[in-house]
Design a protein around this ligand. Structure first.
Ligand SMILES: Nc1nc2c(ncn2[C@@H]2O[C@H](COP(=O)(O)OP(=O)(O)OP(=O)(O)O)[C@@H](O)[C@H]2O)c(=O)[nH]1
Length: 526
């Protein structure tokens, strides 16, 4: 981020609005401010009256042939400090009220007094406007701020010296007198502000601003728009032109008042012209310097602002690029995570399928288990009914299996169960279901087959089972057989339980008939 702190903001003109008086964080602070302002007003009035009744208006000065009084007006110092520390709205009334009082007490008519009192506030306005719109510190702590302060004091002094014309006019002074008052007035105001305010600003500003900021916190002042800076420059230029015009006019009129045609009189006139021209020369030098300096400050400030703006834009662009890069990395990471998640989900799905499969299979033989049979049998029945096709259910029980276990061992019994189950592989169709129904009991669900086809299947199974030979510690195992019971669902409305009961009954008949054979369920005649 561009470093804004490189520019000092203490001692920069930052007016405190009159309305802010209510909003002080701590109660006593606003009373202190008010008391300070009232005391300043009292001091201004007192000093102005002491000066009026004391009859002292400044120091006598001489510039060649021109002698004048370098005007000193103490309330101006107090009001200037208030303008710079707190703003124009606080300082201008002090200057206006004290001058108004003096003007009225000195016998000026109310109308002229009201107008005359505007002169000092006008000079202060120029001061405040320049400092508000050209972002330079008013504390003359560096060479550049000191030079700028002197320049601004000059323009302010010239502006406030407009009061000298009203004064000269109302006191009916001659052109020479008016010229003298004007010279003494602007130069006095200028010197007084520089000499009295400068040191006080240096000494007290930072402490006073800390106090102000504590009770009326304000953000750092922002540089003003260009048009305001231009306006201030134009106003300053107008002030300078007015000064020149007035100086020449008054000098000319003063010369005209000098009578006589003697060489002494002409010499006096020439001296007066020379002194006036010299005075204007010095003033012009200062003014030119002030204008050049103002212009320099203005462009310097604009350049600084542009640089700051460019730095900020560059910073924002870098930030945006960095964020874009981070977003890209995050998007890639997210994509990677999505892929991993998809892989994990596929694994989970596979595991779920395996679990479902395991839950529906008999671990020893690999055939479906009884639970699965009870799930599927009702569906198969419905389907057969819907397609109007027969469905046979066969219950198979291996004959004398206990004897196999007892004689040859449990492991051989397991091997027999597995080999018997393996026989189904080549004999069943995809739609058939073979399940291990109990220990050595099996169940076949055979849709889409007629009775002959079922019998053929059982015959093949019987032959294959009989052909199994197994070696055990007790010799060879052979002559295996099974018994089976067959039930048929071919007219609909036959439940799963009924079908199983009928097959079981038929199996019982087959066993009873001597085993190694099968029976179809025959309903008993009513
Ligand atoms: N090896 C082994 N034997 C089993 C398993 N499940 C059940 N059996 C045995 O199967 C035998 C079934 O005996 P029974 O119900 O008397 O039937 P059987 O001996 O075949 O007699 P019949 O059915 O009347 O011919 C029992 O000895 C059980 O221990 C198994 O998973 N493995």
């Amino acid at each position: 981020m561009p470093d804004d702190k490189t520019q000092r903001t203490d001692g920069v003109y930052q007016p405190l609005p009159l309305s802010a008086w209510h909003t002080a964080a701590t109660g006593p602070a606003r009373w202190h401010l008010l008391m300070g302002w009232l005391l300043s007003l009292a001091a201004c009035l007192w000093l102005a009256m002491v000066q009026l009744y004391g009859g002292w208006y400044g120091f006598n000065a001489r510039l060649g042939e021109l002698s004048f009084v370098l005007s000193i007006y103490p309330p101006l110092t107090i009001s200037t400090l208030w303008v710079l520390w707190f703003g124009y709205a606080w300082g201008a009334p002090l200057a206006y009220l004290s001058t108004l009082t003096v003007a009225i007490l000195s016998g000026l008519s109310p109308g002229w007094a009201l107008l005359f009192s505007c002169a000092n506030p006008l000079g202060l306005l120029v001061l405040a406007l320049v400092y508000q719109h050209v972002n330079v510190r008013y504390v003359p702590s560096s060479l550049s701020s000191l030079l700028f302060f002197i320049s601004v004091c000059f323009i302010s002094g010239v502006s406030s010296a407009t009061g000298s014309f009203i004064w000269s006019y109302t006191n009916q002074l001659s052109a020479m007198g008016a010229f003298q008052v004007w010279q003494g007035w602007w130069s006095g105001n200028f010197l007084q502000t520089v000499v009295s305010c400068g040191p006080l600003l240096l000494l007290c500003t930072s402490r006073l601003q800390r106090w102000r900021q504590r009770h009326w916190p304000q953000p750092a002042p922002q540089p003003q728009a260009t048009r305001w800076g231009l306006l201030v420059a134009l106003a300053s230029l107008a002030g300078v032109l007015a000064f020149l015009w007035l100086s020449f006019l008054l000098a000319d009129r003063s010369v005209m008042t000098l009578g006589g045609d003697s060489s002494g009189a002409w010499q006096q006139r020439a001296m007066l012209y020379r002194d006036s021209a010299l005075s204007v020369y010095w003033v012009m030098s200062v003014l030119l310097f002030a204008l050049v300096f103002l212009g320099y400050r203005f462009f310097h400030q604009r350049t600084l602002q542009l640089k700051l703006a460019a730095d900020r834009v560059a910073y924002e662009r870098d930030l945006a690029l960095r964020r874009q890069g981070e977003a890209e990395v995050a998007r890639n990471a997210l994509h990677q995570l999505n892929l991993e998640l998809a892989a994990r989900m596929a694994e989970v799905e596979q595991l779920q399928t395996q679990l479902r499969e395991q839950a529906s299979r008999d671990p020893l033989t690999g055939l479906y288990n009884r639970r699965y049979l009870h799930q599927r049998l009702p569906q198969q029945l419905q389907r057969a009914e819907r397609q109007q096709q027969p469905l046979h259910l066969v219950l198979i029980d291996l004959d004398h299996f206990k004897a196999v276990n007892d004689q040859h061992g449990h492991a051989v019994g397991d091997a027999v169960l597995k080999q018997f189950s393996a026989l189904f592989i080549g004999l069943l169709q995809p739609e058939d279901i073979a399940a291990r129904y109990g220990g050595e009991e099996f169940c076949l669900v055979l849709p889409q087959r007629n009775a002959e086809q079922v019998a053929a299947l059982l015959r093949k199974l019987q032959a294959a089972y009989a052909g199994i030979r197994l070696q055990s510690h007790d010799g060879e195992l052979s002559g295996l057989s099974f018994s089976a019971g067959i039930s048929l669902a071919n007219d609909g409305g036959c439940s799963e339980d009924l079908l199983l009961q009928q097959a079981d009954a038929a199996l019982y008949q087959a066993k009873a008939a001597g085993r190694n054979g099968w029976r179809c369920f025959q309903p008993q005649p009513a």
